[in-house]
Write a protein of this length. Structure first.
Length: 566
């Protein structure tokens, strides 16, 4: 038969519907009619379809990616619960973006509707993935290892040979070998008198996969609980001063969505001393080797105080809250007198480090000065040195402290009702004191020196410095839950990556002569090579059984009877 004849067998008759079909799908001899599409889904079917889409692995991965992307604006845009003054400044500087950002909830991302929706949908998707897969896994664990395929020789890992060993003995030996390899074994008797030994391993791979998903759900739930009921705050405390665990004492305070101020642990402490040790020579010169603060802690009202050495890796734990030492710096002590000669300010002022040499920036606000308010802005040099252009700090320790300030007069804006940070200066209604050339006048002060302001506006005296510590206080209820979830997720991921499910069959078919023995294996995941396993198993089964060794027969013991001696 020629190729054209074979093609003619598959050709449609001329009068068939296929021959009369037009390109648009209509019949040429029939009037075109309305096309019939798929029937509309009923509400129950639509909900079932939506649930299947939500609980698919692709959707879970997409929601996990969206959650990571949705958290980015919380780091880039100022948040109301973290820094209200920064939010106010952003709104003032970006009036066109503010309405849209407020509508989107960008100033409180983690409490916005869209972020919560992604979070909840991700948890629902994980639950929907876990429950049915758990049922499938349990059914698979309970199931017996399957029978051997009809043609084992088609598998990539295969070996066969002829054996004179009895079928039952060989099957028993194969089962013992496979059980010794920690596999589930099932023996099937065939109708022709043969035996199939089926073995399977690798159930922990799917268990690890399920553990990973459950652990991810635990992490999300633990983070949600911690974020809802916990809090985190930061405060800078000058040596010799104290701190009480109240909201008004914090420089920054981030409460959870369900946080109640009455949940704050009523403890307080005083920073009695602070010591820092610097590396003085070598490549690491200027690096803090160690620093710790000596505290006097009162855990609750009416309780006696006790001392505590607060170190970098040794936080203070009181009633579920933890206090961490995260930084330190210098607080120059200054005295300001106003234009009337009255004492307007006399306190240490916290200056914030700007680099590794502890060059520090700070602001001194004097709202009580008269006849006009005063302010100072500048830098503290722990070890002042001078190059060709400007002063700098040569070492972080206070070996040659110098205070450089620019003075201002005017209205500080503290009565406007707009929150201000004590570490920044709003110069909108302030004017700097200038030199004859119109440039702001810089006041360079060493310890004990006083600078008079132009026009009899007042004076400022630099008395020395104190050290301050930066403390972070947080309470994270249930924080062990996310940690346990992360550890469990890592364990589950390791199981799902490195455990390979494998099925092994040993089939023994009796014949007139030697029995045919077949060994084959199949990996249920890609990337494995079970041939080495089959080769080793075949080698062990080919080895003849050691012949039983006969026990040596002891000669009969002859006892001597003295009574028969002659």
């Amino acid at each position: 038969m020629s190729p054209s004849d074979r093609l003619d067998d598959f050709a449609a008759p001329a009068d068939s519907a296929l021959a009369l079909a037009e390109p648009d799908g209509s019949r040429g001899d029939l009037p075109p009619g309305p096309r019939r599409g798929a029937p509309a889904m009923r509400p129950g079917e639509f909900l079932r379809w939506m649930w299947r889409q939500l609980t698919s692995m692709r959707t879970a991965l997409l929601l996990l990616f969206l959650l990571a992307v949705a958290a980015v604006p919380g780091s880039l845009v100022p948040q109301e619960r973290v820094d209200p003054s920064a939010v106010f400044a952003f709104k003032e500087g970006h009036p066109s973006l503010t309405p849209m950002f407020e509508w989107l909830g960008m100033f409180d991302v983690y409490r916005s509707v869209w972020f919560s929706a992604i979070y909840v949908l991700l948890m629902l998707s994980l639950v929907g993935c876990i429950i049915p897969r758990s049922g499938v896994y349990l059914r698979g664990v309970r199931a017996r290892p399957p029978q051997a395929p009809r043609n084992l020789a088609r598998l990539s890992a295969y070996d066969s040979w002829r054996s004179h060993e009895q079928t039952s003995a060989l099957a028993e030996r194969a089962a013992d070998l496979l059980r010794g390899q920690r596999r589930r074994v099932e023996v099937y008797d065939l109708s022709d008198g043969g035996v199939v030994v089926s073995a399977e391993k690798g159930y922990s791979r799917e268990a690890g996969n399920l553990l990973f998903h459950v652990a991810l759900l635990v992490v999300l739930g633990g983070v949600a609980v911690t974020g809802l009921f916990g809090y985190k705050g930061a405060v800078a405390v000058i040596r010799g001063n104290g701190f009480s665990n109240t909201v008004t004492q914090y420089d920054e305070f981030t409460p959870g969505a369900r946080f109640d101020a009455t949940d704050l642990v009523p403890f307080r402490f005083t920073v009695d001393d602070f010591e820092v040790v610097w590396e003085e020579s070598g490549p690491g010169a200027g690096t803090p080797v160690d620093f710790e603060a000596a505290l006097s802690v009162i855990p609750k009202e009416g309780a006696p105080s006790y001392p505590y050495q607060l170190g970098v890796n040794d936080p203070l734990k009181v009633g579920g809250a933890a206090v961490y030492l995260v930084g330190h710096g210098y607080a120059p002590i200054v005295t300001v007198r106003d234009g009337n000669g009255n004492l307007a300010y006399d306190d240490p002022v916290i200056f914030l480090p700007q680099d590794g040499s502890f060059l520090s920036y700070g602001v001194v606000k004097v709202p009580d000065a008269a006849p006009t308010q005063l302010a100072f802005e500048g830098y503290f040099f722990p070890t002042a040195a001078m190059d060709d252009r400007r002063p700098y700090s040569a070492f972080p320790d206070a070996l040659n402290p110098v205070l450089s300030l620019v003075a201002f007069s005017g209205d500080l804006g503290l009565d406007s009702g707009v929150p201000q940070s004590k570490y920044t200066l709003d110069k909108t209604d302030l004017e700097p004191f200038t030199m004859d050339n119109g440039k702001p006048e810089a006041l360079m002060l060493r310890i004990g020196e006083t600078a008079e302001l132009p026009g009899g506006a007042g004076s400022i005296t630099f008395h020395g410095y104190e050290r301050w510590v930066n403390l972070q206080v947080n309470r994270a209820p249930g924080k062990v839950v996310p940690l346990a979830g992360v550890i469990a997720a890592i364990i589950g991921l390791l199981f799902s990556l490195f455990v390979r499910p494998r099925r092994t069959w040993v089939r023994i078919r009796p014949a007139d002569g030697p029995s045919l023995v077949e060994v084959a294996a199949l990996d249920r995941v890609f990337g494995g090579d079970p041939r080495a396993h089959v080769t080793e198993l075949a080698r062990l089964l080919r080895e003849p059984l050691p012949a039983p060794t006969a026990k040596p027969v002891s000669p009969p013991r002859v006892t001597k009877d003295d009574s028969h001696d002659p």
